[in-house]
Design a protein around this ligand. Structure first.
Ligand code: NAP
Ligand code: SF4
Length: 679
């Protein structure tokens, strides 16, 4: 047995009897959309090989359907015939060439499919799919099990080291297990024992078909988080039977996709659901994997040290950084580019049918397209502005051999991200500032803080390129009373620390309006950023004692807002409809729990001592508020760029300075990488 001084448990090999994993880190399943596009498997091969080279113990692929009915979208390809095998072989060969191990996840979406051919345990419709599902006939249930087994055999033929049977997150297997969806009167329905026969037969017959020396992971829904979900006793019973049926490892599934409790968003405390797997420890004899919001070697080590599991799963963190394990082995955790759990470039992409990537690492899933080679003719660069775009450009350019001066007018790195870090539940954004800060130092960038770059300062220094990443400034509005002392802009509140009274109206309900509403509806003496796991579960209505099936409490119990908050917008419709596909609902639910008043169709008339005068859908109203905070978007800070251009110096603009309208860190960091790729 090896022992590592810094991560003794995380980096300890795991003996599965017939094979040994290098360490206790599992790269969890993620659908990247590369699975579904021409040439995608070649790109997947490069993506997974890079992670295998990074020493991860075991990789699990995105879900692959065992038949057409199990596809998430009608356009995908199930692994149901030998003609599909070669594509997968491209992936397994690449991973094995790096001495890695890889399992293929088998996923039948059931009623979660986006297709008029959806099937389920009974006739039903999922709240998150527009398409109803038809109940499978008894013969079709048999055929579906046969399809699972055949899919596993084809995966074995394709060279995978094993399969993961997806039995959680509300997909088909879950739909068989809970009685509110499974209303069958044949042998696959009725009592719990009958309802679990579907997954048990899948695992039992798969083991028979693939032999002993093939990994079978079963992803067990340990916490359904939906009404009518399994009780803890039922979950344990199923785990024991799954072990007996032939599973090698049990992975943890937390929450169905339709659950109204955030399970992976950045609001979830790190390692926040490891307690669930811990309840299962000792109930079975095969290794258990803890999941959800484990995003660094430290968190992984802590989960194992706390006796929560035998392995830890990280999925999105491997988009952010292919080398988490290698960096842990090297004892350099400060060099890990940490996943901030924003979902902006991964899940939000998948759910809008775009290839996944990562906000902090735009190369993820684009390894063959966004190629940054070491500079053959190194350049001397001045980069102005040390927000996410400027920091990323400087770090990546210096890593590739360019000589870089980074100028920042303020006294610290991070730009707009510094404001994000103080929003309750967004403290992870600090990690991106830390990571790029470490990279700037590692690659020898000359950082000039408290230095407002001027055209005169930059002229005559021999810069080959000047990159303007000066970002944005809040948009000023123009209506009577806008300069009243009670009116502030978001930067004055978030960065300037200006006090805000007991009642406040926020003008503008975009991403920043939501952030400010979240900030102001928390009590700063007890900020949610430090919510313990117990408080988080209470706030979102999760019963850690598992009194009822699904483990939901009777009601969420959020801490009350310390002030009355109005969140206003001019446009019609739901607040936050343009926020991230997979996170917008979290922000909306959070503000609703805090009783934030959301008003649409507002016209801003004036501000005076009486408050903010508005009309709401034509009806006049005065909001008697102590403060008004303006969050009405931004304008670019381009003054320097304009001056440089008139003095004949070539500049390139990235991030908010280039386009403030759609300012977001995903675009800003991607532009930084693309700029360096083109140097
Ligand atoms: P934004 O999303 O464009 O929202 C600004 C809001 O201000 C608009 O929704 C608009 O709403 C209102 N507005 C614009 N011009 C106005 C005017 N002249 N008078 C009154 N209201 C006006 O910009 P943001 O909130 O500053 O966010 C900037 C970017 O940061 C976003 O693109 C987002 O990607 C990113 N961000 C995202 C999040 C998140 O997803 N949680 C959080 C923070 C930042 P109406 O027209 O409806 O009034
Ligand atoms: Fe993590 Fe955000 Fe990157 Fe997704 S986009 S992997 S959530 S940092």
């Amino acid at each position: 047995m090896q022992n590592h001084p810094t991560y003794p448990r995380l980096l300890e090999p795991l003996d599965l009897g017939f094979t040994t994993l290098k360490n206790r880190v599992l790269m969890g399943s993620m659908h990247t959309m590369l699975e579904d596009i021409p040439g995608g498997h070649e790109r997947l091969a490069v993506f997974y090989a890079e992670r295998a080279r990074g020493q991860v113990g075991l990789i699990v692929t995105g879900g692959v359907a065992p038949n057409k009915a199990g596809l998430a979208l009608p356009v995908g390809h199930p692994l149901d015939n030998e003609d599909e095998v070669w594509k997968h072989k491209v992936v397994t060969d690449a991973v094995h060439a790096e001495d890695g191990k890889i399992c293929m996840q088998i996923l039948h979406t059931g009623r979660y499919g986006y297709s008029e051919h959806n099937v389920s345990a009974s006739d039903t419709k999922a709240p998150i799919s527009p398409f109803p599902a038809r109940g499978l006939t008894t013969d079709e249930v048999e055929q579906t099990i046969i399809d699972y087994v055949k899919c596993a055999q084809l995966a074995q033929q394709a060279g995978y080291d094993g399969v993961e049977v997806m039995g959680s997150e509300g997909y088909l297997i879950n739909q068989f297990i809970v009685s509110k969806i499974n209303r069958r009167d044949d042998k696959w329905g009725g009592p719990y024992e009958n309802r679990i026969q579907f997954p048990l037969e899948i695992v039992r017959r798969t083991r028979e078909a693939v032999g002993e020396n093939f990994i079978i992971i079963y992803r067990l829904s340990m916490l359904d988080l939906v009404e009518g979900g399994s009780t803890w006793e039922e979950v344990v019973h199923l785990a024991k039977k799954i072990e007996k049926a032939g599973a090698t490892i049990i992975n943890t599934g937390i929450g169905w996709h339709e659950a109204r409790v955030p399970t992976i968003g950045t609001v979830v405390p790190r390692g926040g659901f490891a307690w669930v797997t811990k309840r299962m420890m000792g109930e079975v004899n095969i290794p258990l994997v803890a999941t959800n919001r484990i995003n660094s070697p430290e968190v992984g080590e802590q989960v194992l040290a706390d006796g929560c599991s035998d392995m830890v799963s990280m999925a999105r963190p491997f988009l952010a950084d292919a080398n988490i394990v290698a960096k842990a082995i090297a004892g350099k955790p400060e060099e890990v580019n940490t996943c901030i759990a924003c979902n902006q470039a991964c899940l939000d992409h998948t759910f809008t049918l775009q290839v996944s990537s990562c906000i902090v690492n735009p190369r993820a899933c684009h390894e063959t397209e966004l190629v940054i080679a070491p500079a053959s003719a190194p350049k001397k660069l001045a980069i102005i502005g040390a927000g996410p775009a400027g920091m990323a450009a400087a770090a990546v350019a210096a890593e590739n051999g360019h000589q870089v001066d980074l100028y920042e007018a303020s006294g610290r790195l991070g730009g707009q991200f510094n404001m994000a870090t103080i929003i309750p539940g967004k403290e992870e954004y600090q990690q991106t500032i830390r990571y790029y800060g470490v990279m700037l130092e590692k690659f020898g960038v000359n950082v000039h803080l408290n230095t407002k770059a001027t055209a005169e300062m930059l002229t005559g220094k021999g810069y080959d390129e000047v990159v303007i990443a000066t970002g944005v400034t809040p948009r000023k509005l123009d209506f009577p009373g806008v300069d009243h002392p009670k009116v502030l802009d978001y930067a004055e509140v978030l960065a300037g620390g200006k006090p805000v009274g007991k009642s406040v109206a926020i003008i503008g309900a975009g991403g920043i309006g939501f952030d400010v509403a979240e900030f102001l509806s928390h009590d700063f003496d007890h900020p949610s950023v430090s919510l313990s796991v117990e408080d988080y579960m209470k706030e979102w209505g999760v019963d850690m004692d598992y009194e009822r099936g699904g483990s939901l409490a009777t009601a969420p119990a959020p801490l009350p807002s310390p002030r009355e908050v109005f969140l206003l917008k001019r446009s019609k419709g739901k607040h936050g409809k343009d926020l991230g596909k997979t996170t917008g609902w979290i922000h909306r639910s959070s503000l609703t729990m805090k009783k934030v008043n959301m008003l649409a169709q507002c016209t801003y008339e004036k501000v005076d001592d009486a408050g903010l005068h508005i009309t709401v859908a034509g009806e006049p109203r005065v909001l008697d508020v102590e403060n008004v905070v303006i969050c009405a978007g931004q304008v670019p800070l381009r003054e320097l760029a304009d001056k440089l251009e008139t003095s004949g110096i070539k500049v390139q603009l990235i991030g908010g300075a280039r386009n403030a309208k759609e300012l977001d860190a995903k675009r800003a960091i991607k532009e930084a990488f693309e700029l360096v790729a083109g140097l």
